[in-house]
Ligand binder design. Structure first.
Ligand code: PEP
Ligand code: MN
Length: 342
């Protein structure tokens, strides 16, 4: 629609679209409303009619297989709000915490330390996707309750993984942002039920998934009613064995061309080695990631999962300090980009 099109004009367009037998799916931006049209019908006639309808700026056919998440659908970048924190806005958002919630002491100590170091949200798995069925599977409900306690103590919003569509309702009660792990990126029944969960979703790239597949998965969540999706590059499988995965750093600028959704980087799972985490955080900031999700543990050698890639509390604090000059450049670049859009 044209900027500042009236409510009546928008309603009229929606009616026209329905008359052609399509479904309407609109996204309200700051200045303009974009009306998505999905379904089967006479495309050419519908496009022609809409172009002649008052208030319509233009009617375009989206060629990408993913529609709502594409840059063709929405030119401006989306800022996804997790309560008070906007991912994809003017702040580089840092999410930090342990791989797994292990005990009250561990999560409280970590939450307080990462909050003090400047993190914006707390991560921690209560339901863990483990390769071996004999490994620690997470504290489940007890873990969620401990996360809530940590939130009450620090004010940090909670990011935690949901592994199954059965658990969506339960986890949505405790999580401010629902994490979909790499192993579940194409769990389509999970993605569909997250469409109605009422919480933003942090969708991690599958370890052997293309960017197109990642965007198709994001499309599932949006098409099922939830536009609030944050993408996450967490490393992909390659022939390299020096690192746990290979961080696809080019995925960030590539995604920024293809989608309006924000992208965060997980340097912990991407490398599997704590010594490499600070350098990858700098790289992520330099290529314009919207945030970082970093594993932190009070005593990594005793961690139930992913100790080798977890930063001890003091190292995380130091990394956050050392990152500040890069964050300043990141902010300048964001401000310039915002001016260029205006
Ligand atoms: C995690 O965040 O702890 C995790 C299991 O990540 P991924 O799904 O990227 O492997
Ligand atoms: Mn982990």
């Amino acid at each position: 629609m044209r900027p500042h099109a009236t409510r009546e004009e928008i309603e009229h367009v929606c009616e026209r679209v329905r008359e052609f037998g399509y479904k309407v799916h609109s996204i309200e931006g700051e200045e303009r409303v974009v009306i998505g049209v999905v379904g089967v019908g006479d495309v050419t006639a519908c496009l022609e009619s809409l172009e002649a309808t008052p208030g319509v700026e233009n009617a375009v056919r989206i060629s990408a297989p993913y529609k709502f998440v594409s840059r063709e659908f929405k030119r401006e970048r989306s800022a996804i709000k997790v309560n008070g924190v906007a991912v994809g806005g003017g702040e580089l958002v840092v999410i930090a915490g342990p791989c797994s919630v292990e005990s009250e002491k561990q999560i409280m100590q970590t939450a307080e330390a990462v909050a003090e170091a400047g993190a914006h949200m707390l991560r921690g798995g209560a339901f863990k996707p483990r390769t071996s069925p004999y490994d620690f599977q997470g504290l489940e409900l007890e873990g969620l309750k401990l996360l809530r306690k940590a939130k009450q103590a620090t004010g940090l919003d909670i990011v935690t993984e949901v592994m199954s569509d059965r658990d969506v309702g339960l986890i949505a009660e405790y999580a401010d942002c629902m994490q979909v792990g790499a192993r579940n990126m194409q769990n389509f029944s999970l993605l569909k039920s997250l469409g109605g969960c009422g919480r933003p979703v942090l969708l991690k790239r599958g370890m052997s998934s293309t960017l197109k597949e990642l965007l198709m998965s994001a499309e599932y969540v949006v098409a099922h009613g939830n536009p609030n999706v944050i993408l996450c590059e967490r490393g992909i499988r390659t022939f390299e064995t020096a690192t746990r995965n290979t961080c696809d750093i080019s995925a960030i600028p590539a995604l920024n061309e293809l989608t309006h959704l924000p992208v965060v980087v997980d340097p912990s799972h991407a490398t599997g080695k704590r010594s490499l985490v600070p350098a990858l955080c700098r790289a992520a900031v330099a290529v314009g990631a919207d945030g970082l999700i970093v594993e932190v543990h009070p005593c990594p050698e005793k961690a139930f999962s992913d100790g080798a890639q977890s930063l001890p509390l003091a190292e995380f604090a130091r990394m956050m300090r050392d990152l500040q000059p890069y964050v300043r450049l990141w902010k300048e670049a964001r401000e310039e980009a915002a001016v260029a859009v205006e």
